[in-house]
Ligand binder design. Structure first.
Ligand SMILES: Cc1cc2nc3c(=O)[nH]c(=O)nc-3n(C[C@H](O)[C@H](O)[C@H](O)COP(=O)(O)OP(=O)(O)OC[C@H]3O[C@@H](n4cnc5c(N)ncnc54)[C@H](O)[C@@H]3O)c2cc1C
Ligand SMILES: N[C@@H](Cc1c[nH]c2cc(Cl)ccc12)C(=O)O
Length: 535
């Protein structure tokens, strides 16, 4: 189709109510529907159609801190949604055994300082205070080790130089991609299916129509645009814009429109997971304020503490491990609490659709793309896609240009995250099994290969990491590079001559602040016990 043809088939006149049909009611479907109603109110008609037979993935419990912009956009405070979703706080990802057995390090939600133009990590390489890079450079690492809550018992958040915005109707809202403020100090863990349920009410209360039915056919018009989807029992659902939230199936984007899927599997071989939901007695067991990623023979296990249960799962490469073996390893890791719990085996499609917006169809969520859940990027991808969808929402003119910009932006985010994840495996010192040995020779994206060589001489900064917005700041790369321990990283030669006084003072300030906060803050268990009392 030519550009003119495509432009001719626009989304109707500006000002006309637009009909948006969201196919799929998982996290992606309901986040999209809620956001669109929050963005456009009754200027838009939103219908969500979801199957009662085809289940949702239902995992996806750890987030980026940026998700607060999503809730803010919906004008929801933590107290509105957290209790309904059994949510807890996440201050970091804790990596266990990636360097060697018994070792751990954190990737925290805390900006890393810089002294005299050199990142603190560089100073640390020259003047290490202890052998713990993360604890010397970040307050959060100590709070995680001590299982602290990021809020005091009266609800006051830990002061990391971030102010909270209000939730009043009049407050201006920011999108995450444009947010240039200080690093927010925490993210969340929550039960994905409870969030979907909460957002179902949010969106339907604001006018979204909810259809429970199977989409059995997708009809295209002569321009290749979707005219309607056909359901088993509710007839045809016509729309101007269709959002494909059908998960790994990609029913609209990949099946009906035939958009190719670009696999990342050559660089990220983990393609399978087995998950368990283990009951947790909060009164007896610690609620760690972080996601834990524990390296295993052929992948890694996630541990996500929620109110009343732990979400856990083994992400592995099927080339190296059978599903039965993965389930056995996971059950052994969890212990007797998992005995009666049924395992959920999942096959993951790793990569992205070549374009995520084609004609009048936008793929959001797993249908658009996915990388293994190592840094909890799935919901971040969804959130980013929705923000961009609103930003580039077509008016009926120049849609190709808007679509192209959207496609570039969403592809950049996924390609950038792919690089960041590849770094984890290359930088991990662990090389004891064939799986871990192969991580050292497996190809990585070409540009990353070059960056990795540079980082051995100069720790990552804004000028040397993946250059487009992908959610991850340069300090995140420093955390993995220095935490995982597989590379010999040198400090900048200039630091042999520079005055170290200010850097040493900064290390001391971090140490004192961490000590003070560990004394003052409640544990996460104490915090949520208090919340329960108050409820
Ligand atoms: C193992 C694993 C762990 C993960 N962990 C995290 C994490 O910690 N953090 C994070 O951010 N993300 C994580 N994710 C990603 C996260 O789970 C997904 O991004 C999120 O669940 C979104 O899924 P979805 O809504 O795109 O698809 P799904 O949950 O698969 O939903 C698909 C929807 O489409 C509907 N559907 C399909 N076909 C039809 C049809 N023909 N007619 C009608 N309806 C249909 C289904 O009924 C369902 O409602 C993880 C993913 C996996 C696989
Ligand atoms: N600015 C993003 C990305 C980010 C910054 N630090 C971390 C740490 C972890 Cl564990 C994940 C993500 C991030 C955000 O804060 O969401």
């Amino acid at each position: 189709m030519t550009q003119t043809d495509a432009a001719a088939k626009n989304l109707g006149d500006p000002g006309k109510t637009r009909r948006v049909v969201v196919v799929g009611g998982g996290t992606a479907g309901w986040m999209t529907a809620s956001y669109l109603t929050a963005a456009f109110g009754d200027k838009i008609d939103v219908t969500v159609v979801e199957s009662a037979q085809i289940g949702t993935i239902g995992v996806g419990e750890a987030t980026f801190s940026d998700i607060r912009h999503f809730f803010e956009f919906l004008r929801l405070a933590e107290s509105d949604w957290m209790p309904a979703c059994n949510a807890t706080y996440k201050l970091a990802v804790r990596f266990e055994n990636w360097r060697e057995p018994g070792h751990h390090f954190y990737h925290p939600f805390e900006q890393m300082g810089s002294i005299d133009g050199f990142p603190l990590s560089d100073w640390w390489l020259r003047y290490p205070r202890t052998d713990r890079f993360d604890k010397d450079c970040f307050v959060m690492a100590s709070l995680c080790d001590a299982q602290r809550s990021p809020r005091y018992l009266d609800g006051t958040p830990v002061d990391q130089g971030v102010f909270e915005t209000g939730h009043g109707e009049e407050t201006a809202r920011a999108t995450m991609a444009e947010y240039q403020g200080a690093q927010f100090p925490y993210a969340y863990h929550f039960e994905a299916h409870l969030l979907a349920k909460f957002l179902t009410k949010y969106a339907t209360d604001r006018g979204a129509r909810h259809v429970v039915d199977n989409v059995v056919d997708v009809a295209l018009d002569e321009h290749g645009f979707i005219s309607h989807v056909k359901t088993a029992e509710h007839g045809e659902l016509a729309g101007d814009l269709f959002v494909d939230c059908t998960g790994f199936r990609g029913l609209l984007m990949n099946k009906a429109l035939g958009e190719p899927f670009i696999s990342y599997q050559d660089t990220l071989p983990n393609d399978s997971a087995v998950a368990l939901q283990v009951p947790l007695d909060m009164d007896r067991e610690p609620l760690r304020p972080c996601t834990t990623a524990t390296a295993q023979e052929a992948g890694w296990i996630w541990t996500i503490p929620l109110i009343s249960r732990i979400g856990t799962g083994y992400v592995y490469a099927s080339d190296y491990c059978e599903p039965e073996e993965a389930e056995r390893v996971l059950r052994e890791f969890v212990g007797p609490e998992a005995a009666d719990v049924e395992a959920n085996h999942i096959r993951m499609r790793i990569g992205r659709s070549r374009r995520s917006w084609v004609n009048n169809c936008v793929a959001v969520g797993l249908s658009s793309g996915f990388v293994e859940p190592l840094e909890s990027t799935g919901i971040f991808f969804i959130h980013h896609a929705i923000e961009q969808m609103v930003k580039y929402f077509p008016s009926g003119r120049d849609n190709d240009r808007l679509r192209n910009m959207y496609n570039r932006s969403t592809a950049n985010v996924m390609d950038g995250v792919r690089e960041f994840l590849c770094l984890h495996y290359r930088a991990a010192k662990r090389a004891d099994t064939q799986y871990w040995k192969d991580t050292k020779t497996r190809p990585v994206p070409e540009a990353l290969e070059e960056r990795l060589e540079n980082w051995k001489y100069k720790v990552p900064d804004a000028e040397t990491v993946y250059p487009y917005y992908h959610g991850l700041p340069p300090y995140s790369y420093n955390c993995i590079l220095l935490g995982a321990g597989g590379f010999d990283i040198r400090h900048s030669p200039a630091l042999d001559m520079a005055d170290e006084t200010a850097a040493l003072a900064e290390f001391e300030r971090i140490r004192l602040k961490a000590e003070k906060l560990v004394q003052e803050l409640p544990t996460q268990n104490e915090y949520f016990a208090k919340m329960r009392e108050n409820a």
